[in-house]
Design a protein around this ligand. Structure first.
Ligand SMILES: [Zn+2]
Length: 322
C-alpha cells in the first residue's frame, strides 16, 4: 500500500543509520519498557508472522497495515519488513525478544512503501547491529518519497519523525542473493518493476515459505505503483515457483500460491484489458474513470481508496504503448 505519489526528483542514497536511536524531534522520548509485543504466529518451524489489518496506511492508529515476519536460524534472526511506524518496529522487536535471545542480523525490506519500512529504525540497536537488505532500487525510490512519508506522519499523526528515522539499505540485491542465519538459508530475489520498481521476495529453504511482499495482495485491493504489465509478467513467474506456503504483503498466509494469486491476477488483467480497450476507443481518461469505476472490484476491500488511482496509473502506462 502507498501514500500519494511524490514528484520525481533526483534520487539521493542516504547512508544507513545503524545505531540511530528511536527519538522523535519533539514529544516524549520512546518508552524504554512496557512495549506491548506485536501478536505473531509461528506458521512453520522458526517462521513467525504478524498479519496487519486491511486499511490504508495512516500515521495515527493506522500504521499496522502490512504483514511482518521474522525467521529464526541457529545463529541469528532475519526480519522481513518492519511495519508502518517506529512504534510498530518497537513492538516487533519485543515480539522477537519473546521468542529468542538471538540477535537480529538482517532486516530485509520487500519494497519501499511506508507501511513496510518505517519500523526499521527500531531494529537498529545492537553491536554491530543488523544489515539492512533490499532491492538495489529501494534506496533511490525511498529517498525520493521519504519527505512525503514524513510529512504525512507529521500531518496525520502529530508526530514529527526525524529524517534519520528512515533507515536505508546497507546491502542491496540486484538479482539474487543468499543469506545464512546459521544452518538456515534464505534466498532473496529482486524482481523487475511490478507492484513497485523495487520488489524483493524472500524464500526460506528449510520450510518452503515464500514472503512475497506486495507482489501478492489478498483481500486488500492490489495497488499499482510500478508497472501493470510488468506485474502481470512477474505473477506468471511466481505461479511457476515450487513453494509450500506464501506470506502475502497484505492478507492471510496461504498454502497454495497459485490459487492465492488468482484474484489479484484477475483484477489486474481486467484493469489492463478494459483500460486498453477504452484508450483504443478514444475514450478520454476522465470518462474512462467513470465508466470503469467499479470494474473488477467485487470482493476486494479498499477499492474506494485505490481503484481509481490504479485506473489512472494504468491509463498513463498504456496510453503510449504500441
Ligand atoms: Zn506496497
Amino acid at each position: 500500500m502507498i501514500t500519494p505519489s511524490a514528484p520525481r526528483r533526483h534520487a539521493r542514497v542516504l547512508t544507513a543509520l545503524l545505531g540511530a536511536s528511536l527519538l522523535f524531534t519533539s514529544g516524549a522520548p520512546a518508552r524504554a519498557a512496557a512495549v506491548e509485543p506485536l501478536p505473531t504466529k509461528e506458521i512453520a518451524p522458526g517462521v513467525h508472522v504478524h498479519q496487519g489489518s486491511h486499511h490504508a496506511w495512516a500515521a495515527q492508529d493506522g500504521e499496522d497495515v502490512a504483514n511482518i515476519g521474522f525467521i529464526v536460524g541457529a545463529g541469528c534472526v532475519a526480519v522481513i519488513d518492519t511495519g508502518g511506524s517506529p512504534a510498530i518496529g518497537q513492538r516487533l522487536k519485543a515480539a522477537i525478544e519473546r521468542v529468542t535471545t538471538l540477535p537480529v542480523c538482517y532486516v530485509i525490506n520487500t519494497h519501499m512503501h511506508p507501511d513496510h519500512v518505517l519500523g526499521n529504525v527500531a531494529l537498529a540497536a545492537g553491536s554491530p547491529g543488523p544489515a539492512y537488505v533490499a532491492h538495489v532500487r529501494l534506496g533511490p525510490s525511498l529517498s525520493a518519497r521519504a519527505p512525503y512519508y514524513l510529512e504525512a506522519f507529521r500531518r496525520e499523526g502529530g508526530q514529527a519523525l526525524a529524517p534519520d528515522a528512515v533507515v536505508y539499505p546497507t546491502q542491496t540485491v540486484a538479482d539474487r542473493a543468499a543469506l545464512d542465519l546459521g544452518g538456515r538459508q534464505l534466498e532473496l530475489r529482486a524482481w523487475p518493476t511490478a507492484h513497485t520498481d523495487n520488489d524483493l521476495t524472500v524464500f526460506d529453504q528449510q520450510t518452503g515459505t515464500l514472503f512475497t511482499g506486495d507482489l501478492l495482495f489478498m483481500g486488500h485491493l492490489p495497488v499499482i505503483d510500478g508497472q501493470l504489465r510488468g506485474w502481470l509478467r512477474v505473477i506468471g513467474e511466481l505461479k511457476a515457483l515450487d513453494v509450500k506456503r506464501a506470506v502475502p504483503g497484505h492478507g492471510t498466509v496461504s498454502e497454495d500460491l497459485r490459487q492465492a494469486i488468482g484474484p489479484e491476477e484477475t483484477y489486474l488483467s481486467t484493469v489492463l484489458r478494459e483500460v486498453r480497450a477504452a484508450i483504443k476507443a478514444g475514450v478520454p481518461i476522465a470518462r474512462t474513470l467513470e465508466q470503469l469505476s467499479a470494474t473488477g472490484t467485487a470482493g476486494w476491500q479498499l477499492a474506494d481508496a485505490f481503484h481509481r488511482r490504479n485506473l489512472t496509473a494504468a491509463y498513463a502506462e498504456l496510453e503510449w504503448e504500441d
